[in-house]
Design a protein around this ligand. Structure first.
Ligand code: CP
Length: 310
């Protein structure tokens, strides 16, 4: 198995066959992660640099664990405390890291398109760990993988993505991924947080969160990204929670039991109440667990190594 791409920049560039290969490989790695020794020698002699120009908890730790479970050598770089503050450019920073014989780069950057820019200037494979408001491909893959675990084949399944669609790279990558897998997608939230013409991506739109919950089998609730909102797009967080937040009472009022997801970090009590986030319908921590297997699969397949997976 191999991928049709050299880098994982976005889901947009992937074929359905690539996603199937990643899921099949992640299934194998998930079994490895249940064993007492959760490690395979597949990436021995490979060095991966995790280069984070933006904050992260889940993604950074998940990539580092995935690399270590594959026996790769790992270096971590955070922009804060580095020579970026002295005016060094992105290409100089990365070329200096690559000069130390690094084979693969995992990068998060606040600028949309930064991984594509870098891919035109360096030879090493790049994995996008989130670029601005554009894409977060491994999050979408782990989300779809987690949905597939609960629902089976996603073809024809109804997935609602609820919240700050406008500023969310998770939303865009999820839409691309779910479309490729044949799922139906609805986005829901306030009109000010849903991009105009998003229907052109093949999704349904509603500004009524209850309607989205009644329609869907899975609700993927997204964080309100206040750090990317440079003008007020709703009155108060309290008002947002009242009109667009998802809570347990709403889930209980549905005629069916839907699956609740959130990529994290959660603004508890804003887009998602604690009783919904911590309910038996929530698979939020399963998403985090699956993230390691999915990232192991992506790194392994991009590395071109053909050693053991079992
Ligand atoms: N889901 C996600 O990207 O979380 P972090 O920002 O903590 O990595």
């Amino acid at each position: 198995m191999s991928l049709s791409v050299k880098h994982l920049l976005g889901i947009k560039e992937l074929q359905k066959q690539d996603i199937d290969s990643i899921f099949q490989t992640a299934d194998n790695f998930k079994q490895v992660l249940q064993r007492p020794i959760k490690k395979v020698p597949a990436l021995r002699d490979t060095t991966v640099a995790n280069i984070f120009f933006e904050n992260s908890t889940r993604t950074r730790i998940s990539f580092e664990l995935a690399e270590k479970r594959l026996s790769a050598d790992v270096v971590n770089f955070s922009a804060s405390g580095s020579s970026v503050s002295k005016g060094e450019t992105l290409i100089d920073t990365v070329n200096n890291i690559l000069a130390m014989k690094v084979d693969m780069v995992v990068m998060r950057h606040s600028a949309s398109g930064a991984p594509w820019f870098l891919a035109n200037h360096i030879d090493a494979s790049i994995i996008n760990a989130g670029d601005g408001v554009n894409e977060h491909p491994t999050q979408a893959l782990l989300d779809a993988f987690s949905m597939r675990e609960k629902l089976g084949d996603l073809k024809g399944k109804r997935i609602a993505i609820i919240g700050d669609i406008m500023h969310s790279r998770v939303a865009l990558s999820n839409i691309y991924c779910l479309n490729k897998l044949g799922a139906e997608v609805m986005v829901a939230g306030p009109p000010t947080l849903i991009p105009k013409h998003i229907e052109e991506l093949g999704v349904k739109v509603t500004y009524d969160v209850k309607k989205a919950l009644q329609w869907c089998e899975v609700a993927n609730v997204l964080r309100i990204q206040l750090e990317r909102q440079h003008k007020p797009l709703f009155s108060t967080l309290r008002e947002y929670a009242l009109y667009y937040g998802v809570n347990k009472q709403m889930l209980d009022s549905l005629e069916k039991e839907i699956v609740v997801m959130h990529p994290g970090p959660i603004n508890r009590g804003v887009e998602l109440s604690s009783d919904a986030a911590d309910s038996s319908q929530s698979i939020i921590l399963d998403q985090v667990e699956n993230g390691v297997a999915i990232r192991m699969a992506v790194i392994y397949l991009l590395s071109g190594k053909r050693d053991i997976v079992e």
